[in-house]
Design a protein around this ligand. Structure first.
Ligand code: AMP
Ligand code: MG
Length: 329
């Protein structure tokens, strides 16, 4: 009999409940994203969103999967990294269900979950992963028992940079997809700070410069085009260096910003140059959702890991490379 895992995701703006089997079949993946009418994501408002909508999203997942609460064998939750109030709300729901149902609880690192759901979907074994989202921008590869961060943003995440810029233009959240559409109509490239420091990158200077172009009356499509080409070019440079050094033969693109077609095109070009296979995680599994948490819960549980309720406190600053990857040993 395959195991069935309920995974709860709630690190930031989205709450998700996914149900996945140990054979890698996604039975349900329900989620909802907080969309503030103005301003950015406030941690307290996001946690309120999770406690308001979490229970109905979980029920919906069971309906979609067409199973009963008693059919699940374990519960996994996103323990970090993320916003403290959101993590605590989500962890509380997971603990409550685990106690009520008398089943094991497994803690999952959100970033590791993004990688492994991509591996499940693509069939990749050992990729260089470009993980780009609202809160994270990292180039990661497995080495010596852990997923190592080869390069990352030194300040803001790429999705956050796009969302903040879009808000400056008056666009609603999330602005990433709107910026992608605008960029297609861009004709003139304006030079912006291209900030690559070794394997790390930085986006805050570019954000300031892009806002300045706007105040100078440069058309929005041209700014969006210039921002995309520059920020994606920076990512491509460090991803390419990671592939060249590690000699890995797979390149995986995941996270919410993986939905961007131009970024996909650029990174698939990088993989071609290095004769590596390329996969962009499909939109339903690319952003923050519960299926990836459930799948990671299964991988960990099968390798002998579960967590006691008493030590299941959340870890807002839990880094990708701080977790031993038991199932790959
Ligand atoms: P996540 O944090 O993984 O849920 O992803 C959400 C982020 O992805 C937000 O910052 C969005 O603006 C961004 N995003 C979603 N679709 C696109 C797109 N087509 N192009 C660029 N960014 C996107
Ligand atoms: Mg994420």
């Amino acid at each position: 009999m395959p195991l069935i895992c309920l995974g709860l995701e709630g690190t930031a703006h989205s709450f998700g409940a996914g149900i996945v089997t140990s054979e890698g079949v996604v039975l349900a993946n329900e989620w909802d994203m907080l969309k503030p009418s103005q301003g950015g994501i406030h941690p307290r408002e996001a946690s309120r969103h999770h406690s308001d909508f979490g229970p109905s999203i979980i029920s919906k997942a069971f309906e979609t999967a067409d199973i009963n609460y008693r059919d699940i064998d374990l519960i996994a939750f996103s323990r970090g990294p993320g916003l403290g109030p959101c993590l605590r709300t989500t962890a509380t729901m997971a603990r409550t269900l685990a106690v009520k149902l008398g089943i094991p609880l497994v803690d999952v690192n959100h970033c590791v979950a993004h990688i492994e759901i991509g591996n499940l979907e693509s069939g990749f074994d050992d990729p260089v992963t470009v993980y780009v989202s609202g809160g994270n921008t990292q180039v990661i590869a497995y080495a010596g028992g852990r997923f190592r961060t080869f390069g990352e943003t030194l300040d803001i995440a790429i999705g956050n940079m796009l969302d903040v810029l879009g808000r400056h233009f008056g666009m609603p959240f999330p602005a990433g997809p709107i910026i992608e559409k605008e960029a297609r109509a861009g004709r003139t490239f304006y030079s912006l700070p291209y900030s690559v420091k070794g394997m790390d990158i930085s986006y805050s200077g570019m954000l300031t410069a892009a806002k300045r172009l706007f105040s100078e009356g440069i058309p929005i499509p041209d700014i969006c085009f210039s921002v995309q080409e520059t920020s994606f070019g920076m990512l491509a440079e460090i991803a390419e260096r990671a592939i060249a050094h590690t000699k890995k033969k797979e390149l995986l693109l995941t996270g919410g910003v993986a939905r961007n077609n131009r970024l996909t095109e650029i990174l698939s070009g990088v993989s071609e140059r290095h004769e590596a296979r390329f996969h962009r995680v499909s939109p339903s599994l690319a952003g923050d959702q519960g299926a990836m948490i459930a799948w990671n819960g299964i991988l960990q549980y099968k390798s002998g890991h579960e967590i006691k309720i008493s030590s299941s406190h959340v870890l807002p600053k839990w880094r990708t490379d701080e977790q031993d990857i038991l199932w790959r040993k």
